[in-house]
Design a protein around this ligand. Structure first.
Ligand SMILES: O=P(O)(O)OC[C@H]1O[C@H](OP(=O)(O)OP(=O)(O)O)[C@H](O)[C@@H]1O
Ligand SMILES: NC(=O)CC[C@H](N)C(=O)O
Ligand SMILES: [Mg+2]
Length: 493
């Protein structure tokens, strides 16, 4: 999913960027990077690994400058080697670095165009490098020795015409400032905030408001779909709508799984949305099984902890943290290979026998994607002596690939693809399985927010808001990025 951050401060921003990236670590565990600008000098450190491993004291000392950007990566295009760590950099015009969250859906075509028409070379198979080069080309076309806000916005308008997909980005222009922008459908999240210091106002843009919050910034607002915000190095802010038909269609999977619950996205509290998910799920359970015999509700940590609580409360049964999570293992779903994901689930979660023995347990998870987690958990619950193991998913069945920045490229890898609920239930080994209804999930996130046109629910309903994703596109994506193809790419990376 990737996490991005950009800061224009009044003194060195290196430590602030580092702290922000640790708060966004749940969005990407594969690589991390920071670029700062000290007058006209660019400083950079990026590598594969977690934030705490990528940046050493000597790197931090080097990362001087009062404005900079950072990235944590979860690969969704190209391999996962060090060459694909972000931010990416191009030296012309001005020197531009960029951090990107999302995925372009017309990367191949734009890559060809960049080569044939713009005479630019892309050195990796990253869509983010393509996006950076389109932006650089369009800015170069303005032919200004010193770019002004209107030049940047003109370039941005051209970028939106050329690229499609999900993209929330922050770019650093050496010597000038940072530019934050969001795709015309607002699929990927981006917020912007400020804080007052004795030296003046400082600005931060980030994927999630939690990064602002912890650093003492106040959330000003979300970057609007299609909007660009240019913050000059002296703190002057310019904002402009650069898309022809902007409309807000944020990815609902952020609310299900990706975002931290303490973030507010497009005006929606993720925590509140998850509380509601639990309530709606419980209502459905009561409708389908009014005489249920559930003794205890056990959430699968971490992401289902919130919704699990309201499921139990509404059902009027005990809520118990019966699965213990090893805090030193990261998120399994965003790991690059199925082998690693499978192994990590067992290392990550362990059952407390006392909570299972002889009981009818309802396990609640936020979602079932490949089924890696629930299969093993159900097995663990049985080994711990559960009488019956029921399973509830706070999201509907995930049936379709994601093309906007979640690494679910292949329908065949999804356990619910081409399977009925009963078939999935038997595949994962549960005694009963229940999924949230899509209308209910949408209601959980939409309540109290009329700015949202509709959510991108493509993983649940197969409707792709950019309108350019068809059967042929998905077949090609599957061929390029299924688990086997990806493992080959990684080993080359
Ligand atoms: O069906 P699957 O393919 O296993 O994917 C779904 C699971 O993966 C995620 O957990 P993850 O361990 O990534 O993160 P979490 O600790 O935030 O729950 C998600 O919360 C589900 O538990
Ligand atoms: N998940 C993301 O946002 C990834 C960004 C970009 N597509 C990459 O693979 O690096
Ligand atoms: Mg989980």
């Amino acid at each position: 999913m990737c996490g991005i951050v950009g800061i224009v401060g009044r003194s060195d921003v290196n430590l602030q960027l580092y702290d922000a990236l640790t708060l966004l670590q749940h969005r990407g565990q594969d690589a991390a990077g920071i670029v700062t600008c000290d007058r006209d000098r660019l400083n950079q450190q990026k590598a594969t690994g977690l934030v705490r491993d990528v940046f050493r004291a000597r790197h931090m000392e080097r990362l001087k400058g009062n404005f900079g950007i950072g990235h944590v990566r979860y690969p969704t295009a190209g391999g996962s080697g060090p060459a694909l760590a972000q931010p990416f950099y191009v030296n012309s015009p001005y020197g531009i670095a960029m951090a990107h969250n999302g995925n372009l859906t017309n990367k191949d075509q734009v890559m060809e165009e960049i080569y044939q028409q713009d005479l630019r070379h892309i050195s990796t198979d990253s869509d983010s490098e393509v996006l950076l080069n389109v932006f650089a080309h369009e800015l170069l076309e303005q032919r200004k020795l010193q770019p002004k806000a209107e030049d940047i916005f003109t370039a941005m308008r051209a970028v939106h015409k050329r690229v499609r997909g999900g993209y929330a980005c922050v770019a650093l222009i050496v010597g000038y400032g940072i530019v934050a922008f969001r795709d015309p459908n607002g699929i990927r999240p981006l917020v912007y905030g400020k804080r007052e210091t004795e030296q003046g106002t400082e600005y931060m843009v980030a994927s999630e408001s939690v990064a602002l919050n912890v650093a003492g910034y106040t959330l000003v607002r979300d970057v609007a779909p299609g909007e660009a915000i240019y913050i000059e190095r002296d703190g002057t802010v310019h904002a402009e709508q650069c898309a022809e038909k902007p409309s807000l269609n944020p990815c609902i999977f952020e609310h299900v799984y990706f975002a931290r619950p303490d973030s507010i996205m497009d005006g929606v509290s993720v925590h509140k949305s998850r509380l509601r998910q639990g309530e709606h799920l419980a209502e459905k359970i009561l409708r389908e099984r009014p005489d249920h015999d559930i003794d205890v509700v056990i959430p699968i940590p971490d992401s289902a902890r919130v919704s699990g609580q309201t499921v139990a409360h509404r059902l009027g049964v005990k809520f118990r943290e019966g699965m213990v999570k090893n805090r030193y293992i990261g998120r399994t779903f965003i790991m690059p290979g199925q082998k690693q994901r499978k192994k990590s689930v067992r290392q990550k979660l362990n059952a407390i026998e006392l909570e299972f023995r002889g009981k009818n347990v309802l396990l609640v998870d936020d979602s079932i994607v490949r089924g890696t987690t629930c299969k093993q958990i159900i097995q663990m619950a049985r080994e711990a002596g559960a009488a019956k193991v029921y399973f509830a998913s706070a999201a509907p069945a995930v049936k379709y690939p994601n093309v906007y920045g979640i690494d679910m490229p292949s329908a065949e890898e999804l356990v619910a693809h081409d399977r009925t609920t009963e078939e999935v239930c038997s595949e994962i080994g549960a005694d009963w399985l229940i999924y949230q209804d899509l209308e209910d999930l949408v209601e959980c996130s939409a309540e109290g927010n009329d700015k949202i046109e509709r959510f991108d629910c493509s993983v649940f309903d197969g409707n792709y808001v950019t309108g350019d994703v068809d059967e042929a596109y998905l077949e090609n994506l599957h061929a390029q990025r299924n688990d086997v193809a990806k493992s080959k790419k990684t080993s080359q990376g």
